[in-house]
Write a protein that binds this ligand. Sequence first.
Ligand SMILES: NC(=O)c1ccc[n+]([C@@H]2O[C@H](COP(=O)([O-])OP(=O)(O)OC[C@H]3O[C@@H](n4cnc5c(N)ncnc54)[C@H](OP(=O)(O)O)[C@@H]3O)[C@@H](O)[C@H]2O)c1
Length: 246
Amino acid sequence: MTIAAKTVLVTGANRGIGRALADEALARGAGRVYAGTRQPLAHPDRRITPLALDVTNPAQIQAAAGQVESLDILINNAGIWLSDDLGDRAMLEEHLAVNFYGTYAVTQAFLPLLTRSKGTIVNNVSLMALAALPLTPAYSVSKAAAFSLTQSLRALLTGRGVRVHAVLTGPVDTDMTRGLDIPKASPQPVARAIFDGVEKGEEDIFPDPMSASLADGWRDGVAKAFERQNAAFAQAALAQAEGDRS
Ligand SMILES: NC(=O)c1ccc[n+]([C@@H]2O[C@H](COP(=O)([O-])OP(=O)(O)OC[C@H]3O[C@@H](n4cnc5c(N)ncnc54)[C@H](OP(=O)(O)O)[C@@H]3O)[C@@H](O)[C@H]2O)c1
């Protein structure tokens, strides 16, 4: 699969990794890029179509889905990251609303178009889905939930020809990590690595030096093997149930 001539939608496309993903899609010859943002966006490339899209706003999600005629690649990138200590339930709810339910709601809204195109879903998750950072536990919970959602969608949508990728991103130099004094990758190479992973058909994409150091261990590990086992079991059970009905 290549990005050239494809129609791509990126949520949270106005800054950070989302902005770099939109620009990288253009650089790879995408025919049209829908840039989902909460604020009006001006972009010099006429292939960019701005889309008002707060991923926590069901009416806006439906309106956005109504404006898009066809879609090949949905990139669920919008996210929030706030420090907490699990002392405030509202922090959990706020992170889940954007990072988990936002990803779920946008995916559901665009699924008919993605099914029609036999398209691709890319969920920008986080390495913290695999191991919580207890300085941001609510964020980690929401990303673990988004990763689990990604795994189930992957298995459930394979029969419809829709591919589902998880991006297990490490630290990237954006507004989100401002003030964190740790090595960070730049958004542009991260965006390139994400599209490289999509084009190569990698289920789980590790797009920066820190995450890449974990890639082989993850892909050859027991958790990945168990995911595949569960997916095969579910697909067999669903096929059997379908056969019993017909
Ligand atoms: N930076 C990292 O180190 C890192 C590491 C792992 C994973 N990630 C993930 O990568 C994604 C992008 O992160 P980033 O580093 O580029 O962050 P960022 O610079 O803070 O940008 C976040 C983007 O998400 C948008 N957004 C936030 N809430 C939204 C909502 N309710 N509806 C729609 N858009 C919303 C923001 O829009 P506004 O401008 O309107 O706020 C902004 O465009 C996130 O999912 C993040 O969790 C980042």
